[in-house]
Design a protein around this ligand. Structure first.
Ligand SMILES: Cc1ncc(COP(=O)(O)O)c(C=O)c1O
Length: 473
């Protein structure tokens, strides 16, 4: 029983704020709305709100109403301090299936495949441009191209990044077969087997696999859902351990979708430089922003040449175009040697393709409509998740990129949940694939880069209903 009548509504608000269902700044029901719903007197409702203000959960803004005033404390606060030598051979095949790498292309809806769905790829543009290139260049496409990549391509990438304040000299760029290869090369150029590196936690499965194949050890730095990458925690780790590199995705991190603020970017670059820890920056989602402007890179704040930035066109154009780039900076010589040993140069047709798409700005035009579509899909999926899943679930609203990170209430048996989803062909990526710890048992990633239709929403509804059932069972 409640001690005060008003607790009938304050307990609901308190619970939602503590569980992150209501976030800081959200407007709370007006006195009139509460009166209508709970039949309480105005004085009682005011006393109720007073009690929430006293607890530091709510604030009142004159003439506007009551608002949540407490930051949500995400349950994953800190990650273990132990080094995890990651050797994931046993998990590899299992994770490939869960994380999509083996999805059948015939399956209608995939919420686990972090690539643009077939209808969102500018197929006509790409294929027509490739045909023109074959006609123009003919047999010269069958030769080796320079091992660091075509000069024209490196110039275009450098010019484009300069427009966003990212100064990358074309001679310090190396063209790679996609972003993962860029990461592999960057890591190999500055680490040796057994070294310890810092990564974000959660961290996408494919990045963990690269780290594992290089036989590196990791320390996971928590991504706080409210504040993003925990720089203080990182600094503490730097003081206590010998860290050889930090691998980080500051723009629309996969899976949380978090975007790091400029002040945090500056702070992180300065902290890493102070400890002489090179940063390997993954900017693969940087072009896929829903905000007004493209976000900055860590590289923009790098006065000490301590940041290597890489990206690719896999997420922004098509994953079959195996073309990425790495700004190697002062590590260029080691990087070039490693790239050479991994297969000399990137396929000429892909290099020529990206040159053309950048030169005539069809890449920019494609991005404009692609971002709009992605934003619409993100909002559609987010509202379906909020509508159908238990209200004590948590969904992070992305400002760009591809994914929504979800946390379900702890009472849900996740094995049963995934078994049901699998039977219904609903593919989410389980949180357990994003860490070597057990921190993310109740989390999963939902990707919105495939074309969404009414069938997709029915699947979300079914999964949400199952989650409700599992809470009650
Ligand atoms: C954060 C991140 N980095 C890299 C990759 C792989 O990129 P690419 O296909 O260019 O190798 C992915 C996609 O799975 C990713 O999500």
């Amino acid at each position: 029983m409640f001690s005060y009548k008003y607790e009938i509504f304050t307990s609901v608000i308190e619970d939602k704020v503590n569980k992150g269902v209501l976030l800081k700044g959200e407007r709370l029901p007006s006195i009139r709305e509460i009166k209508k719903e709970f039949g309480l007197s105005i004085v009682s409702i005011q006393s109720g709100y007073e009690s929430l203000i006293m607890k530091g959960l709510v604030k009142s803004i004159p003439k506007r109403g009551y608002f949540v005033d407490k930051d949500f404390e995400y349950s994953i606060q800190a990650s273990p301090k132990t080094f995890f030598p990651i050797s994931r051979d046993v998990d590899f095949i299992h994770n490939l299936e869960l994380t999509s790498a083996r999805n059948k292309s015939s399956e209608a809806n995939s919420f686990n495949n972090a690539v643009p769905g077939d209808v969102l790829i500018p197929q006509k543009l790409i294929l027509r441009t490739m045909q023109n290139i074959i006609r123009e260049k003919g047999a010269s496409l069958l030769r080796y191209y320079p091992s660091n990549g075509l000069e024209e391509l490196r110039n275009l990438i450098s010019d484009r990044m300069r427009k966003f304040g990212t100064n990358i000299h074309p001679d310090e760029i190396i063209i790679t077969d996609g972003a993962l290869q860029a990461l592999y090369i960057a890591l190999r150029s500055i680490t040796n087997e057994g070294d310890v590196i810092a990564i974000e936690s959660p961290c996408v499965f494919s990045v963990l696999e690269v780290v594992a194949s290089l036989k590196l050890k990791i320390i996971e730095i928590p991504m706080d859902i409210q504040n993003g990458f925990d720089i203080n925690y990182f600094e503490k780790i730097c003081d206590e351990h010998t860290i050889k590199a930090l691998v980080i995705t500051p723009n629309f991190h996969n899976p949380t979708g978090k975007l790091m603020s400029d002040s945090d970017k500056k702070n992180l670059v300065a902290t890493s430089a102070k400890h002489k820890i090179p940063i390997i920056e993954n900017d693969i989602y940087g072009d896929l922003y829903f905000t007004e402007q493209r976000p900055t890179c860590l590289k923009n704040f790098d006065d000490d040449e301590n940041v290597m930035t890489f990206s690719s066109f896999s997420k922004s154009l098509a994953p079959g175009i195996r073309l990425g780039w790495l700004n190697a900076g002062k590590f260029f010589q080691q990087v070039e040697k490693i790239k050479f040993s991994l297969g000399r140069s990137v396929s000429p047709i892909y290099q020529e393709l990206i040159v053309k798409l950048l030169l005539n700005n069809s890449y920019g035009r494609h991005l404009r409509s692609f971002r709009k579509k992605l934003n619409q899909q993100a909002m559609l999926l987010l509202s379906a998740l909020k509508k159908y899943f238990p209200e004590t679930s948590y969904f992070h609203q992305p400002k760009g990129g591809y994914s929504i990170w979800c946390e379900l209430p702890k009472e849900i048996n996740m094995t049963e949940f995934y078994n049901y989803c699998e039977a219904e062909k609903i593919h989410f990526t389980p949180g357990t694939t994003f860490s070597v710890t057990n921190e993310y048992q109740h989390c999963f990633r939902v990707v919105f880069s495939d074309y969404l239709n009414s069938e997709s929403l029915v699947l979300i509804e079914k999964a949400g209903k199952k989650a409700h059932e599992l809470i009650l069972s």
